[in-house]
Design a protein around this ligand. Sequence first.
Ligand SMILES: [Zn+2]
Length: 215
Amino acid sequence: MTTEALPPRRPFKFLGGWLCLDFTNTCNWDDPSLEIERFRHYADVLDWHSAAGSLAGAEVAALRQQAGQQPEAAAAALAQCLRLRETIHRIFGAVAAGQPPAAPDIAALNEVLAAALAHLQIENDGTEFSWGWANPAIDLTQVWWPVVRSAGELLTSERLARVGQCGGTSCGWLFFDTTRNHSRRWCEMKHCGNLVKARRHYRRRKTAESSGPGG
Ligand SMILES: [Zn+2]
C-alpha cells in the first residue's frame, strides 16, 4: 500500500512519560502496517516534535523547508530515524523485562549520541541559561538529537526500573511508571486495558457456556 492510499495519520499520543519512550510509541510493535505507523514521512517526525515541544518552532520550520528541498536526503533520514526507534525500543523493552539491553544496541545508541551531543550548547536569553542545539547548518539528523539525549538520561537515571511495557496484545508501547506501587500495566487503560479485559470476559463466558449443562 502506498502512503498516498493510506487513511489519515493517527493522532500522536504522549503517554510514555519520557520523550524517548514516546518516540517509540509511534507505531504498533506487533503490527507493522503503515495504517498505524505515525512516521510515514520525514515531516511526520517534525509534526511529532512540534506536538511534543521538543524542538523549537524555528528549527522545525527550517528542517521542514530543508526536507522539502532534499526529498531523497529526507527519506534517508527517516529510514535512519526508524532504525533508531527500533534500537531504542529494543533497549527499553529489555529494561522493562528486567533484562540487560544487547551490547550492539547500546553501541548503536552511543554512536548516534556522540554525533548528537556534539551539537549541544548552553544558551542564554539574558535572564537564564538553558540547553540548546548549535545548528549553524540545518541538519536533517536533528530530529533525533533530543531523543537520544533523552534515552541516555533515562538509561542513567536512578529511576530506570520504572520503565514498563504495555501488557496489551499487539501493542508493545513503553512507559515510565509513576504510580506509587509500580502497578501501571497499560499504555492506556481505556484502550489496551479494556481490550484485554473484554477478551478475558469473552473467554470466561465461552468457558462457562461450554462447561454448562450439555456442554
Ligand atoms: Zn498498549
